[in-house]
Design a protein around this ligand. Structure first.
Ligand code: E9O
Length: 624
């Protein structure tokens, strides 16, 4: 299961294949996008075909690394390869070798030593497979060769949707061809091997899945329900024993269970997992060790895996339209984000991850939405550890035409996202879509299917939500527990008139609440802002206008909050981010509170005052 991350333990080892790989695109000069397949590129070193190859870091998006427009804008099959040795002691009949890709956007086909091992579709979630030992060279002097073909082409059948036109410039003799992209979303379709590639050496008999659900029994006692899956065959079951130990943050054993793969453990004097600012020790994690022993030789350890656990409850108070964490009302304050940075695109990057978490805490936010696709496991780990709440969004952004193939892919991303993130205390809601054309009647059946699957898969019953921007007919909210609304008064409508924002927001949200009778939050509002640009009275694109939009909106939010159903505010966006080129995007979307380099605009100070005020913490030090 994707819930088991390749952590090394006493019985498991990890070997990273990250580093510099060889990369090449199937250039137009081949005149055939399947050229690489037809010429068996998976059987040869990509840097030996001809001189048209690049050195390419993994993980990274390939787009902004080279100085070539044709690579940045490339659409189609690109190829990666590298070589690696396997340490001799991994050649054992008692283990399996798993290969795991954190994410490859959008489609991936993988070969080891010319042997095809896995295909995957979908750009933002992990995939893994066991590599057959016959495919690997373990003996002296034999290097292994891994090849990955990547396709970043989007269509009406992909999540998210996009389309391409091959344009032929017939005005001139040269008849130049180029590809025009048209995405159904407002961010750059960064592509490549964007997260780590890991080899995972695991015992043949092992723990294969783990589901954790937590609850609170009374003032002092928490409870952990666990369900461990192994790959032990039915008739072998009694030869093995599952031992569970739970330790507190300081390494002290707090409870154990022996012989049960499914059960519950009481946690006395429980220290709950609290969001940042709600407790002096937010993000408190217990550590569970899951061990598999031989039942006859009780001290023979077969496998061990560790899982961080945050004990907390989340509920929706249907009478008062409140979102409760550990029985306390929770008000979401934070951002829609992107997982993207200068040069590296959507690459996994620990430097940027920690920088962003530091900014989130500096500004006093308590949450973010993984707009518009699931973020890396390292980001999610940090959210668990630091007590930052996550609205986990699947990659379904801007869906406009619905069909069965699309639905199938959507269901797959829901399945992979929930499988990967189900045990995370930081995940408070699943967001199943952003700004879908849910005014269309076909969307009703579609979203019924999507929401039902999400409910069925998450045994801990997290609320289901979606970011919605329909006005009148809307088939989506009926399937949601919490409604998220994206609204841009003073920007996309009434451009340049911030004075209309407050009343319109109030009317709008009260109307939506009366209609659907569910908790509501605003998941996007904002204005494109060029850092350093000022004017008074403000005009659009100035820092002053962004600040004014916020001041007007915040007044509306305060009034709505007093009515009870309004459970949060996420500004769009945490930082400026890249988009495809268009006449409304000057080097990307500039709605960030921070620039793309993570420096604050005026709006960041404003938001910082507000978020700390909402946190009810007035004594934090502005000069820290
Ligand atoms: C989705 C997000 O990815 N919501 C968009 C954000 C934006 O800044 C985008 O970056 O554009 C806002 C959608 C607003 C739709 C209003 C359209 C009105 C057209 C006249």
């Amino acid at each position: 299961s994707l819930a088991i991350y390749p952590w090394p333990t006493e019985t498991r080892e990890t070997l990273s294949l990250d580093g510099i790989w060889t990369f090449r695109i199937t250039d137009y000069s081949f005149n055939n996008e399947l050229y690489g397949f037809q010429h068996h590129w998976f059987n040869q070193s990509l840097d030996l075909i001809d001189e048209h190859y690049e050195r390419m870091p993994v993980p990274s998006s390939f787009n902004d690394i080279t100085e070539k427009r044709k690579i940045r804008d490339f659409v189609g099959w690109s190829w990666y390869d590298r070589k690696f040795f396997l340490p001799k002691n991994y050649h054992s009949n008692d283990n399996d070798i798993i290969i795991r890709f954190g994410s490859v956007n959008y489609k991936a086909i993988v070969w080891i030593n010319g042997n095809h091992i896995i295909n995957h579709t979908g750009g933002h979630l992990p995939f893994q497979t066991i590599i057959k030992k016959d495919y690997l060279h373990m003996d002296n002097g034999n290097e292994n060769h891994i090849t990955v073909a990547v396709n970043n082409e989007l269509s009406h059948n992909t999540i998210p949707q996009g389309s391409y036109k091959i344009k032929n410039d017939t005005r001139t003799k040269s008849n130049r061809k180029f590809i025009e992209s048209n995405f159904g979303f407002d961010f750059y379709n960064y592509a490549g091997i964007q997260r780590s590639v890991l080899l995972y050496f695991v015992p043949k008999i092992r723990i294969t899945d783990l589901t954790i659900i937590t609850d609170v029994i009374d003032q002092n006692n928490g409870i952990i329900h666990f369900n461990v899956t192994t790959n032990i065959q039915q008739q072998q079951q009694d030869k093995f024993i599952v031992q569970i130990d739970v330790f507190d943050r300081y390494g002290k054993l707090v409870n154990s269970s022996s012989g049960k793969s499914e059960g519950s453990l009481i946690i006395p004097n429980v220290h709950l997992w609290w969001p940042f600012t709600m407790h002096s020790e937010p993000g408190y994690l217990y550590r569970m060790s899951i061990s598999l022993y031989h039942s006859i030789e009780m001290n023979k350890l077969i496998d061990r895996y560790y899982q961080n656990i945050g004990i907390r409850t989340i509920h929706i108070d249907k009478e008062n339209y409140q979102f409760l964490v550990n029985g306390q009302p929770f008000y979401f304050r934070g951002f829609g984000k992107h997982e993207e940075y200068d040069i590296r695109g959507r690459s996994l990057d620990p430097v940027m991850i920690i920088k962003d978490f530091n900014l989130i805490k500096w500004i006093g936010a308590n949450s973010f939405r993984t707009s518009h696709y699931p973020y890396s496991e390292q980001i999610m780990d940090e959210a668990d550890i630091q007590g930052i709440v996550v609205i986990d969004e699947c990659p379904a952004v801007g869906l406009s035409a619905f069909n069965p193939i699309l639905l199938k892919q959507h269901l797959q991303t829901i399945r992979e996202m929930i499988e990967r993130d189900k045990n995370r205390p930081s995940v408070f809601m699943w967001s199943i879509a952003n700004e879908a054309s849910s005014g269309k009647i076909e969307s009703e059946n579609y979203f019924q299917n999507v929401s039902e699957l999400a409910r069925q898969l998450d045994q801990s019953n997290r609320p289901i939500t979606a970011a919605d921007n329909q006005y009148n007919q809307d088939y989506l909210p009926q399937f949601l527990d919490v409604i998220m609304i994206n609204r841009y008064y003073g920007w996309y409508s009434d451009t340049g008139y911030p004075q209309i924002i407050k009343e319109n927001l109030i009317n709008d949200f009260i109307r939506i609440w009366k209609k659907y009778q569910k908790p509501i939050m605003i998941s996007e509002y904002g204005a494109d802002t060029i850092s350093g640009m000022h004017q008074q009275p403000s005009i659009i694109f100035t820092e002053d206008y962004q600040s004014e939009i916020m001041i007007e909106s915040h007044q509306a939010f305060d009034q709505l909050r007093s009515k009870g159903f309004f459970i949060g505010e996420h500004i769009w966006n945490f930082a400026d981010f890249m988009t495809q080129q268009s006449l409304t995007r000057v080097g990307g979307n500039k709605k960030g509170i921070f620039t793309r380099q993570r420096q604050p605009k005026t709006s960041a100070r404003l938001l910082r005052c507000r978020y700390w005020m909402l946190a009810n913490i007035t004594n934090h030090d502005y000069h820290d």
